[in-house]
Design a protein around this ligand. Structure first.
Ligand code: F0G
Length: 481
């Protein structure tokens, strides 16, 4: 199958939910009310929602059936036994600790792993906003070490999610690295996969320096499917075996079951070390719940256990990565600058190339995501300077490595014709791109500002506050610093 072929859905539809259809006038009003931040929209104002692939999957009939079998016993429920056994079989770790979602797993595991010393740095191929946020809330720095090919959106390298291991090693030599991480697939940098060679290399590095290696496993099945497709020697290896090999390199994982768990809520931590597991369980009890439910209902544990097996199905994965590839290639064929090659769960539009006339501090990716919403009621998300450009430990704002708009594909939710509508919408914005003007921030929190910042069109914002543009609330540096 070529990347351009749209694979057919290996499922049929049993239940439907109407989509809201809105007018341009209504969308303009909704966007103004939301402070030009699409997180502030209500579902009734969004036609195709590609804000996230997280917690938005359609569950299978087996998952719905499993919900009814959920056991709500407080401690040691049957649902927990089924969940623990499934996670252990798939990932191969000794201890499994459930959490209500991925970021709770991060908060707890990071608190259990960081040492007393200040100014520790945690290297990764690329941290996602919540891993960065959770480290910063602990007073630590999250630092990205992508390989150089990953910085060029148009290079078609097979594993652009890989970390630059030489640079990571240099950072470790400074002696202030409590643990190293890899995010599979790399969400911040285009949903690009990490090769088995890079996972193994990071594991070897961590062992050589006696520090733990943590994998952020959110999209582990999509990553395994790319290893099978693209890495020499894996074409005939079954997906579950690839998964076991990936995680055999790591000391711990954080997982959001809202992605490759095919569930609407949930997460977990896996660790091998008994002492770390004890600390994690204590923090889990304090913040999430007893460690056999971790903030989840028994029925949720069952839905996740079934989802984790379904996501390893070869037909499912072929459709999943095949649809993403067809969607991304169709956008590219229309002249839209997209990050290549296609990743696993989303199309990433390169806002710097899409809107080259906008300076970085007019937030090209935020501007573009708003324009796409105005054009057709399609909601994407900003993964650029708004999300990643503020170092909250120093208060310095700078252009992010990537300036992207992500159109994330919820699992098993939208059909080809929905995605064709999205392609037409993005192409229409592309046709009128030269007339698009940028945004300024009018209010922002210090950490994770993509969720709650408010914006205004540049012309309006300067009229409001001509002497002190709001983005200068914290010290900023130019792109050349
Ligand atoms: N790590 C990665 C790589 C993620 O993509 C996410 C969530 C998390 C951790 C946190 O998991 O949402 O269950 O708490 N990403 C979502 C997204 C929100 O839209 O990409 P969570």
């Amino acid at each position: 199958m070529t990347a351009q072929t749209w694979p057919f859905e290996p499922y049929k539809i049993k239940m439907v939910e109407p989509l809201p259809v809105t007018t341009r006038a209504r969308r303009e009003e909704a966007l103004r009310d939301a402070g030009w931040n699409l997180f502030g929209l209500r579902a009734g104002d969004v036609t195709i929602d590609l804000l996230t692939d997280s917690g938005t999957a359609a569950m299978s009939h087996h998952q719905w059936a499993a919900l009814l079998g959920g056991d709500e016993t407080y401690a040691g429920a049957r649902s927990w036994t089924r969940f623990e056994r499934t996670v252990q079989e798939i990932f191969g770790f000794r201890h499994v600790i459930p959490t209500h979602q991925g970021r709770a797993a991060e908060r707890i595991l990071f608190a259990a792993l960081v040492q007393e010393r200040e100014s520790e740095v945690v290297p990764s191929n690329a941290h996602f906003d919540t891993t960065k946020g959770n480290l910063e809330l602990l007073g630590r720095r999250a630092k990205d070490f992508p390989i150089s090919e990953a910085r060029d959106p148009s290079t078609r390298a097979p594993f652009k999610g890989d970390a630059d291991l030489t640079a990571v090693e240099e950072q470790i030599r400074d002696g202030k690295v409590p643990f190293v991480m890899l995010t599979v697939t790399n969400n911040a940098g285009g949903g690009q996969p990490v090769s088995m060679a890079n996972i193994r290399g990071m594991g070897e590095l961590a062992r050589a320096y006696g520090i733990p290696f943590v994998i952020d496993a959110c999209r582990f099945a999509e990553n395994a499917s790319f290893i099978r497709q693209r890495e020499p020697g894996y074409a005939d290896v079954a997906i579950p075996e690839i998964v076991r090999e990936m995680f055999a390199q790591a000391d711990a994982i954080t997982m959001s079951a809202k992605k490759d768990g095919l569930a609407n809520i949930g997460g977990f931590i896996c660790v091998n070390d008994d002492e770390v597991a004890t600390r994690v369980k204590q923090l889990c009890i304090a913040g999430e719940g007893y460690p056999t439910y971790g903030g989840l209902a028994g029925r949720d544990l069952d839905a996740i256990a079934v989802g984790l097996r379904e996501v390893l199905d070869e037909d499912y994965l072929r459709h999943r990565v095949g649809t993403t590839a067809a969607f991304v290639e169709a956008l590219a064929a229309r002249g839209v600058p997209v990050l290549l090659p296609p990743g696993g769960h989303a199309a990433y539009l390169d806002a710097r190339m899409f809107l080259p006339h906008l300076p970085w501090d007019h937030y090209p990716a935020q501007t573009l995501v708003d324009e796409i919403y105005l054009e057709g009621g399609v909601r994407g998300s900003e993964l650029g300077t708004v999300t990643f450009g503020m170092d909250s430990t120093t208060g310095v704002e700078r252009p992010a490595t990537w300036e992207l708009v992500r159109l994330a594909l919820p699992r098993r939710v939208y059909t080809r014709s929905h995605l064709e509508y999205v392609i037409e919408t993005v192409a229409a914005v592309h046709d009128r791109r030269e007339a698009v003007r940028g945004l300024r921030i009018t209010s922002q929190p210090r950490v994770m500002r993509n969720f709650t910042s408010r914006f205004a069109p540049v012309a309006q914002a300067e009229a409001l506050d001509p002497l002190e543009p709001p983005t200068r609330k914290f010290a900023t540096r130019s792109a050349r610093d």
